[in-house]
Write a protein that binds this ligand. Structure first.
Ligand code: SF4
Ligand code: SF4
Ligand code: SF4
Length: 352
């Protein structure tokens, strides 16, 4: 349902009730750059990169948090808008230690992209002498405060997308920083290590520890797949270099996870390279496991099931299917138990 029309860069366009200037502009293929904006969360207008001119307003407005109203006249690409965005990028860049050459996020950094787009030379402001020390006491996430631009995307993601409420803005002024509860390190907080904050961080402030030094963003190819860990079936991207997975990120907007992943799906991918993985069935004999062929193992299982049914009846047997199986496998498992073995003792681990 349209709420009326407004002028966007001189063109009459329609908008829906409650739509922001940014939403309406994107719908009409008008580019407005953003940094702190995170789809699916409440806009904060923190970074001031999406500034636009609204006729009749003295100051520039943040497109992400300004609702459109009928008859409004919005200009997204004027010298004044350009100069303000450039200044704000320059301020953000000078607030930290942005030595892209050494940064894990180089090539995948919104700030780097904007600095290039607005041709920042980095000479305007003095950088702070000191930063909070980098936090890397946990095995999964590195938090480098010197690259944090306080955009708040991580806070929005933790509070509004995954609703874990483990991080927030802390302190004030020059001492501002993103904190976990009680300003404790990640691993001593409420954090469940879903890594959503890492996924949305637009700079190198939050990075995955394991992925460090494994590949530059432009060296990897992305392969879309389904998480193998449980029956939810989250959609994800594998970042692959030389046929090896170096990182996993969520597929944005795709059902059922809509850009979210849990700790297992996001960080648990290296099990596939473990030397300890079972590659063949194992049969226990005299207390020792030995390798066996599939035929041998399945014959043994069938013989044991038959023997148990003959001695104790079919209800002496129970089966639990795995949440890692696809629906069709689980269906076949219950069919085997009900129709072949003759018992209703069948369950699924996801139900417990
Ligand atoms: S966070 Fe971005 S801008 Fe800063 S050093 Fe890393 S790549 Fe460069
Ligand atoms: S890892 Fe997940 S729970 Fe922990 S702070 Fe980040 S978003 Fe919040
Ligand atoms: S850690 Fe990243 S996402 Fe969070 S405020 Fe800093 S730059 Fe933004």
């Amino acid at each position: 349902m349209s709420s009326g029309t407004f002028l966007l860069d001189g063109k009459t366009v329609s908008f829906r009730p409650g739509e922001s200037i940014l939403d309406a502009a994107r719908k009409n293929a008008t580019d407005i750059p953003t940094l702190c904006f995170l789809r699916g969360t409440t806009p904060t207008g923190a970074c001031r990169i999406c500034l636009v001119e609204v006729k009749g307003m003295r100051t520039l407005s943040a497109a992400c948090s300004t609702p459109v109203s009928p008859g409004m006249e919005v200009l997204t690409d004027t010298p004044r808008v350009h100069a303000a965005r450039k200044l704000n990028v320059e301020l953000l860049l000078s607030s930290g230690r942005h030595d892209c050459l050494l940064c894990e996020s180089s090539g995948n950094c919104k700030l780097q992209e904007l600095a290039y787009r607005y041709q920042i030379d980095g000479s305007l402001f003095k950088k702070p002498d000191q930063f909070y020390p980098t936090e890397d006491a946990n095995p999964l996430i590195v938090r480098d405060y010197s690259r944090c631009i306080l955009c708040g995307r991580c806070v929005q993601a933790c509070n509004e997308l995954v609703v874990n409420r483990a991080i927030s803005h802390g302190y004030r002024g020059a001492k501002s920083k993103i904190v976990t509860g009680g300003d404790a390190p990640y691993h001593q907080s409420e954090c469940v290590f879903c890594g959503q904050c890492v996924e949305v961080c637009p700079t190198g402030a939050l990075t995955e520890k394991k992925a460090k030094g494994t590949a530059r963003a432009w060296e990897t190819k992305k392969i879309r797949t389904t998480c193998p860990y449980c029956g939810v079936g989250c959609q994800m991207w594998l970042h692959v270099k030389d046929d090896r997975i170096v990182k996993v990120t969520a597929a944005e907007g795709a059902a059922p996870n809509r850009g979210r992943l849990c700790v297992k799906g996001r960080f648990g991918y290296d099990f596939i390279y473990s030397e300890e993985r079972l590659k063949t069935p194992m049969i226990r004999e005299n207390g020792q496991l030995r390798e066996a062929s599939w035929d041998e193992a399945l014959d043994l299982v069938a013989a044991k099931l038959k023997e148990t049914i003959e001695r104790h009846g079919p209800d002496a047997i129970a089966g639990v299917s795995s949440a890692r199986s696809i629906n069709e496998d689980s269906y076949q498992m219950q069919k085997l138990f009900r129709s072949v073995i003759g018992t209703n003792n069948i369950d699924h681990c996801a139900r417990t």
